[in-house]
Ligand binder design. Sequence first.
Ligand code: PLP
Ligand code: COI
Length: 335
Amino acid sequence: MNIEWDKLGFAFMPTRSNIRFHYADGKWDEGKLCSDYNINISVAANVLHYGQAIFEGMKAFGCKDGKVRIFRPDENARRINASARQLLMPEFPVEKFVEAVKTVVKDNADYVPPYGSGGSLYIRPVMFGTTPQVGVAPSKEYELVIMVMPVGAYYKGGIKPVDAMISRDFDRAAPHGTGHIKAAGNYAASLLSGKIAKDNHCPVALFLDPATHTCIDEFSTSNFLAITADGKYVTSRSDSILPSITNKSLMQIAQDLGMVVERRQVNVEELATFTEVAACGTAVVLTPVGRIFDGDKVYDYKLTEIGPVLEKLYKQMTGIQYGELPDTHNWLVEI
Ligand code: PLP
Ligand code: COI
């Protein structure tokens, strides 16, 4: 194993093992660690045609004291179950999920980027229906696989500001659809907007609420947040966005720092009034947004680095994750 820890981006890399569970006859099995990264399923498997697939994302950190800790895996366990309920997939017991995550992280402990490298171990659970079928119906059998891989920054340049483009031609989610769960299909639906954004030199697409297209929903892989001129933390409230665990944590941190937090509908026109804007999520952490393009309009936050308020939030968040600051809310799970 010869990993250049400080040069990691956000890319797939096989590690020693993944952990797999199979659901049949109404129950999950005990699971097993597996070194193989391939699966053998029927070409008629539900997931390939009818898309019963949901996933999660969380991280383990190599902390200052040399221990490895996982950030809020119980939250991901609850969220995968919310996704499962919506797509008529079986829930997975929360305790068992957290234990499985601990087991696979422990087995791959030497793949956790060392403290100080800026990296982390990304943990990716995915659940999908494997029953061969041609009629549209929920699968009877499922697989839950949890894989791990060392990662660095999601966007090239780390936490340097990225440009975003509002997706005016396509939505990632429908009103009363699946935008609020982590369904694999949501990401397929966002790819074309992502390509249009990239073709316009913007690494990220920003989606509007699909019912009225007047309010900000979220980015394709992260929530939207902004800082107002009077220092408030504002983030979108919408039925079609994913409830981000990073955003929930940052809102708590902002409150701990004495900031006012507003979770509410955010009108597109308000973009002209914010002093700082960011994308937040497990993969992107807290990535500042430099400019937002909307047709001929440009909202320019005139940033070459992360802004002062976001920097404070970023340092507090990563300080807790790497064990440099006290974990006062008991977010970290030691392996
Ligand atoms: N929104 C979308 C669409 C995402 O894919 C993600 C990433 O998981 C997030 C928001 C952020 O969620 P979290 O902070 O739980 O990773
Ligand atoms: C995450 O942040 O964990 C995600 O799942 C986003 C992703 C699609 C890269």
